[in-house]
Structures are given as C-alpha cells and as structure tokens.
Unconditional design. Structure first.
Length: 190
C-alpha cells in the first residue's frame, strides 16, 4: 500500500516536472514570436524576398534585352581548382551547396562540428561525383579556439597540397535558429 502510494506520488511529481518544462519552453516560444526580431525576420524578410522575385519577374516579362551575365566558370583540372570553404556543410543548404560546387569544379572544404557527419557528407558527395575534390575540417564556430585551430589546419593543408594559397569562395552558412539566448562555452552569445 505504502509502496503504491509512493509510486503514484513519484509519477505525479515527474509529470508535474515535465509539464513545467513544456510550459517553460512554450513561454520562451511565445516570447520569441512576440519579439521584434521574429517579425522582422518572418514578415519583412519574406516580403522583401517576394518583392525581389516580383521585380525580377516583371523585368523579365517587359524587358527586351537580357540582363543576365555570362558565367565564367573556374578551370577545373589538376591543381588549379579554385578553393571554396563552406561552413555548416554537413546538412541542408550547406551540404547541397557543397555537392553543387564540387560539380562546378571547386575544391570544396567542408567545415562542420561533427566528424561523423563530415565523413558521411564527404562520402555522399564522392558517391555522386567521382571527380569531386573534397576535404573536411572539424570546427565549432561558436568557439574562437576552434576557429583559430581550423584556420591553421586549413593554411597547412593549402600549403601541403600545393593549391591556390587563397580562398576563392567562402560560404558562411552555419547557423542555428535559437528561440532563446544561448551562451557558448567561451561565454559568447551563440
Ligand atoms: N532553411 C531556411 O529556411 C533558412 C531560412 C533563413 C536562414 N537560414 C539559415 O541558412 C543556413 C542554412 O540553413 P539550413 O536549413 O541548411 O540549416 P541546417 O540544416 O540546420 O544546417 C546548419 C548547419 O550549420 C551547422 N552548425 C550550426 N552551428 C554550428 C557551429 N557552432 N559550428 C559549426 N557548424 C555549426 C550545423 O551543424 P550540426 O549538424 O552539427 O548541427 C549544420 O550543418 C543557416 O545558417 C540558417 O540559419 C535558413
């Protein structure tokens, strides 16, 4: 009897804790939705993207001459490949851009914080593009220490592999959608 009472009490208290956590998360979410930043990002950003698309569409519809520039693709053979660095290249837009740029002939540097995801992404690119030139570096962009280590390793790799000692394209793609302020291990806002 006493055991069953204790068990029921414990269950109820853990449910109460869970409810409290969910309520706290919901409160944070509501706070974020009501913030100026959210509306600026969700509404103004969407409106400006749609406006740009509309302008492009109208221009294309009524303009006789083409406004498109011819693309000058980089040389794609041997050591002359241009170098492209993509941060957050292990998923989403970053991974898609990495594959697309490997197809364009870039030597693609994948920067990501999980070595497992990095090797998975690298394998994925190589399985779809046998000629891809890909290199992965582990870096946590919320840590300056990790960023400086990445910079040194990248410089060393460029030197060792006798490639262009410059980065032709940098895609600062890594990012998170944070609903509440988060501090990095070094005390900076993530
Ligand atoms: N998709 C959209 O609709 C949208 C709209 C507006 C802006 N964006 C921005 O566009 C970018 C790409 O979006 P997505 O949808 O492709 O996002 P995603 O799939 O979440 O990819 C973000 C990438 O950034 C990496 N990353 C996050 N924090 C990092 C850190 N501290 N160090 C190193 N890597 C880190 C993630 O690595 P892990 O896998 O290790 O977490 C992941 O590979 C993001 O910056 C996002 O905020 C996207």
């Amino acid at each position: 009897m006493l055991y069953s009472l204790l068990f029921t009490f414990r269950n109820k208290s853990s449910e109460r804790t869970k409810t409290r956590i969910v309520m706290k998360e919901l409160k944070g979410l509501m706070h974020f939705i009501c913030s100026v930043q959210f509306w600026r990002m969700a509404v103004l950003w969407t409106v400006s993207v749609l406006t740009s698309y509309w302008q492009l569409f109208v221009q294309r519809l009524f303009s006789q001459k083409s406004d498109f520039f011819t693309r000058h693709l980089p040389p794609t053979t041997g050591l002359t490949r241009p170098v492209c660095v993509i941060t957050g290249a292990t998923s989403g837009l970053g991974a898609a851009a990495a594959y697309a740029l490997s197809k364009e002939g870039f030597s693609v540097v994948l920067a990501g914080r999980s070595s497992h995801s990095l090797s998975k992404t690298m394998k994925g690119i190589l399985s779809r593009n046998k000629d891809a030139h890909v290199k992965a570096f582990q870096v946590d962009l919320s840590s300056f220490q990790s960023i400086f280590k990445f910079k040194d390793s990248l410089q060393q790799w460029l030197l060792d592999s006798n490639m262009h000692f410059s980065i032709q394209l940098l895609i600062n793609n890594a990012g998170i959608l944070a609903t509440s302020p988060r501090l990095s291990s070094e005390g900076h806002d993530q």
